[in-house]
Design a protein around this ligand. Structure first.
Ligand code: GRF
Length: 561
């Protein structure tokens, strides 16, 4: 008789779904404290009481959106914490353009294989953004669709519903001479990423590289900056009647979105010299290269929203926006135009100059060949951090293309992801055979183009086969002066033996524990009152000097050191 088949056998894990609902419960519950929310987690539908939210004669407004291929960056870098805010912002900012206050939100998360540690981060990000906009997350769907999406991929969609009192819909009646105010964007927001990713690929920069236009951020940090939420800043002004219209600048840029709120016979005159094109957009334009008109109808170019106000209200509105943290600026005015509204730009020459290609790309300056490194960890990953820090230097001959762990709780994974480095976990690593584990490991290494592997606190012994395959390309660090004190409890054994010096060793890995060829060593002196703990701390800080040094020497000089 054939054995019975279960839903889990087909790749859909209901238990994982249930666990997820439980783990995100707290942060979702926080959003449900919003007035009007009647929902609790787990119902078939979400309830909302509009009267309790304070509306007398409400008109409902609904908007749906996704985050486009910005998702691909979150997936590639393993940084999933802020993509939820992007989703919420794309929907609720659209509601503002109608004059509506968001009341509740629903999300849809679809994936090939549900990985709770990822889904939790995404949905917690959604819930956090909902809390920030006083919006109840009253429902959501997590769909596991094996065969439709690749395993690591997921997609997101969201739906926001808001309300306004009848007769207060935006736009209000507009007049020639009304002033246009720009709200700063936080970056590319959630549109234009297919082109942005193409330009980034062309530049040869990697997500973990320092952005050439901002030395304080990696490329991943710059391009994953979450979309601005304008709700808290705009709702009070909308309710006071001070905002006559609002355009959310999304796909199509200012050029396409601003006319959407203008009546026939009006044009918008925008002075492009009234704000400085943020460096990130300058870099995109230069690197593309792109022409000004294409930039202005693709990216927000530093203006995430445009509000229309009466001339008399400009100062008051700018002051109030400042109090809520929005450093808004006057960018133009309404003028008479042809029947179909359009945007007339002033100062286009200055804009063209700002995006003119520079002869040598910043990323090309002083470029040294960088060997692709895969780092294997099982724990906190302080040696990994030491390597990553060294790799920040433009003349260091290596870059990290992936960090892989056999332990999903390894602290080092979060650190790597926060730095924009791709991370991977080989789940249930302890339940699978060595061969299965190593096949998966090889797949990740190959996909990331890894040339040299660095073990950094990686707690598995690799097979002879694997070590042969990676011969000369598999390094490890051990906290003793090998060949002394191989294996675990190194420091205890060093102290018991009475040696006066110990240290750390970087060596090639083979199938025997801590036995491959020694590449470099560093000495640590043992003090009179040394304990295993104090010795461990001292040694670890020397390891952080040794590992980057040893890797550099090995790449540059091979076994000659
Ligand atoms: C280090 O002491 C290393 O030598 C050993 O494991 C420890 C890992 O520490 N193999 P960390 O995870 O790099 O902080």
């Amino acid at each position: 008789m054939t054995s019975p088949i279960s839903y889990a056998d087909s790749g859909v894990d209901i238990d994982a779904g249930n666990k997820l609902v439980k783990s995100i419960g707290k942060v979702v519950a926080q959003s449900l404290q919003r007035k009007g929310s009647m929902s609790s987690i787990g119902g078939f539908g979400g309830l909302f009481d509009i009267k309790a939210a304070g509306y007398k004669d409400p008109i409902l407004v609904a908007a749906t959106d996704g985050v486009g291929t910005k998702l691909k960056i979150a997936i590639d870098t393993g940084f999933h914490e802020t993509i939820g805010q992007d989703l919420v912002a794309m929907c609720v900012n659209d509601l503002l353009a109608m004059g509506a206050e968001p009341l509740f939100f629903l999300d849809y998360y679809a994936t090939g294989k549900l990985e709770n540690h990822i889904a939790e981060k995404v949905i917690a990000g959604i819930a956090k953004a909902c809390v920030e906009c006083n919006t109840a997350l009253i429902g959501g769907e997590t769909a596991e669709l094996p065969g439709l999406y690749h395993e690591g991929d997921y997609d997101l969609a969201g739906f926001a519903v808001g309300a306004l009192e009848r007769g207060t819909e935006l736009p209000l009646t507009l007049q020639k001479g009304d002033v246009l105010i720009g709200l700063p964007s936080t970056g590319v927001h959630s549109n234009g990423y297919s082109l942005a990713r193409k330009i980034i690929a062309k530049s040869g920069l990697r997500w973990e590289d320092i952005a050439p236009f901002d030395p304080k951020r990696t490329m991943a940090e710059a391009f994953l900056a979450p979309t601005a939420l304008y709700v808290q800043s705009l709702i009070p002004l909308i309710r006071e009647g001070k905002i006559k219209a609002f355009a959310h600048i999304t796909g199509g840029g200012i050029t396409e979105n601003l006319p959407r709120i203008l009546p026939k016979g009006f044009d918008a005159e925008i002075d492009l010299t009234s704000w400085e094109l943020p460096k990130l957009f300058q870099w995109l334009g230069q690197t593309g290269p792109m022409i000004a008109s294409e930039m202005l109808k693709t990216f927000n170019c530093g203006v995430g929203g445009v509000i229309v106000v009466s001339e008399n209200d400009v100062d008051e509105v700018l002051d109030q926006l400042k109090i809520t943290g929005q450093n808004a600026f006057k960018i133009g005015q309404l003028i008479s135009g042809d029947v179909e509204p359009s945007v007339k730009y002033l100062g286009i020459d200055d804009f063209e100059t700002a995006i003119k290609p520079v002869s040598v790309l910043a990323s090309e300056v002083g470029k040294v060949k960088k060997t692709a490194i895969g780092i294997l960890i099982s724990g906190r990953g302080s040696n990994m951090v030491a390597l990553l820090d060294a790799m920040q230097s433009p003349d260091y001959p290596a870059r990290c293309t992936i960090v892989i762990s056999d332990n999903e709780d390894a602290k080092g994974l979060e650190i790597a992801a926060a730095r924009g480095i791709k991370t991977a976990i080989i789940p249930n690593a302890h339940n699978m055979s060595k061969a299965e584990f190593e096949t998966q490991l090889n797949q990740y290494l190959e996909d990331a183009g890894v040339e040299i592997i660095c073990g950094a606190g990686f707690m598995r012994v690799l097979s002879k086969n694997f070590c042969e395959q990676w011969k000369g390309k598999l390094l490890n660090i051990h906290p003793s002066l090998l060949p002394a004190f191989k294996g675990l409890n190194t420091h205890e054994r060093a102290l018991e033996s009475g040696v006066k010096f110990t240290g750390a060793t970087v060596h090639l890995m083979n199938e025997d524990v801590d036995s491959g060829q020694i590449l470099d060593q560093i000495i640590v002196e043992i003090d009179q009152h040394e304990t295993p703990e104090s010795l461990q701390v001292k040694t670890l800080s020397q390891e952080h000097i040794l590992y980057p040094r040893a890797l550099r020497k090995y790449i540059q000089n091979g076994l000659k050191g």
